[in-house]
Design a protein around this ligand. Structure first.
Ligand code: PHE
Length: 345
């Protein structure tokens, strides 16, 4: 009987050693320790033994049982650990793995991009960025800009009226007056203002009833025409390249005196003459001038004490020149083929 028990132990431990998963271990537990297992059977047969043999064999049987149980438990723990680790490994999500469906990424609109570039240049020179309403009063759009009612210069800008007194602003210049009013006579005033403007124009390759301007205004004591020139030259160099030159031509705006139109040397040919500059070597990019005394006075700035310069440029025109876009309508038709070209710039 002792031999049978020893053989049983050896056999059980060998099978346990070979077991690889928790199901196999469970089967072995039933096989060796279960009610119908060989150990139970041997213990049942102990009745036939003598009184001296019984405790000895009983002891051996218990030892065998304990040995099998011990190995079973240890093995059980080991296998369970392994299985848990494998399960976790299978459930890991690699969050850095690229998705299977590619989501098209948006790109910055060329107009937004040019506005941002111009803002960066001027904020770098200490300007702050202002905003004003697109639905504007007749007062700020015209009167405060030195164009009283019936002033002929109002015709320069065909206007969409909302009511007698309300209109879609035809330029960003009303923000000059709004800013001066808000600052209540304090200096320095040093702002730019990007925004949409509206004019009753027929849409074509170079005209749009809605377009974008950036206004600039500087007011302080002792501001001179040379400050305007220096500022715009610096801007032109940063915007179009370090070799850019500027040219100032006399012009007329009711809200500046003197007024000037500013050309930059053609960024396509460097000033030699080409199709873009129509052979002249120069390209007009903005209107400007010294702030008219009436504009200052109306907002409470004494023109005997303070002076300033202002400028206004069309953003579409600059973007068209910079990126070689030949039709202003491309900016508004949301053609993905145009927009996609700006994703890699
Ligand atoms: N407001 C003018 C325009 O719309 C541009 C301009 C702004 C001119 C400031 C001079 C000074 O054309």
């Amino acid at each position: 009987m002792r031999d049978r028990l020893e053989a049983l132990k050896v056999e059980a431990l060998r099978e346990l050693e070979a077991a690889g998963n928790s199901q196999e271990l469970l089967d072995l537990r039933v096989k060796y320790l279960g009610k119908k297992g060989p150990l139970t059977e041997i213990l049942r047969g102990m009745g036939a033994l003598s009184a001296e043999e019984r405790p000895i064999i009983g002891q051996v049987a218990n030892d065998v049982r304990q040995a099998i149980e011990q190995v079973l438990d240890a093995k059980q723990e080991e296998v369970q650990k392994q299985e848990t680790a494998e399960k976790l490994k299978g459930e890991t999500i690699d969050v850095s793995l690229p998705g299977r469906q590619s989501v098209p990424a948006g790109t910055e609109h060329p107009l937004s991009r040019v506005i941002r570039e111009i803002e960066d240049i001027f904020t770098g020179m200490g300007y702050t960025v202002e905003e004003g309403p697109e639905v504007e009063t007749d007062y700020y759009n015209f009167e405060a800009m030195n164009m009283p009612k019936n002033h002929s210069a109002r015709d320069m800008q065909d206007t969409f009226y909302v009511t007698e007194e309300l209109l879609m602003r035809t330029h960003t210049s009303p923000v000059q007056a709004r800013t001066l009013k808000r600052l209540e006579g304090h200096v320095p005033v040093k702002i730019i203002c990007p925004g949409k403007v509206y004019r009753r124009d027929e849409d074509d390759a170079t005209h749009s009833h809605q377009f974008t301007q950036i206004e600039g205004l500087v007011v302080d004591k002792g501001i001179r025409m040379s400050d305007l020139k220096g500022t715009l030259l610096q801007f032109a160099k940063e915007m179009f390249g370090p070799n850019t030159r500027i040219r100032i031509r006399p012009s007329f705006f009711p809200f500046t005196e003197p007024s000037a139109e500013v050309d930059v040397s053609c960024m396509m040919c460097g000033g030699v003459g080409c199709r873009t500059c129509k052979g002249s070597g120069w390209i007009e990019i903005l209107g400007s001038g010294m702030v008219h005394p009436n504009v200052l006075r109306m907002q409470g700035y004494d023109p005997e004490v303070y002076s300033g310069f202002a400028f206004g440029m069309g953003v579409e025109r600059i973007a068209m020149l910079k990126y070689g876009i030949d039709d202003i309508r491309h900016f508004y038709t949301n053609d993905m083929r145009l927009l996609k070209q700006f994703s890699k710039l």
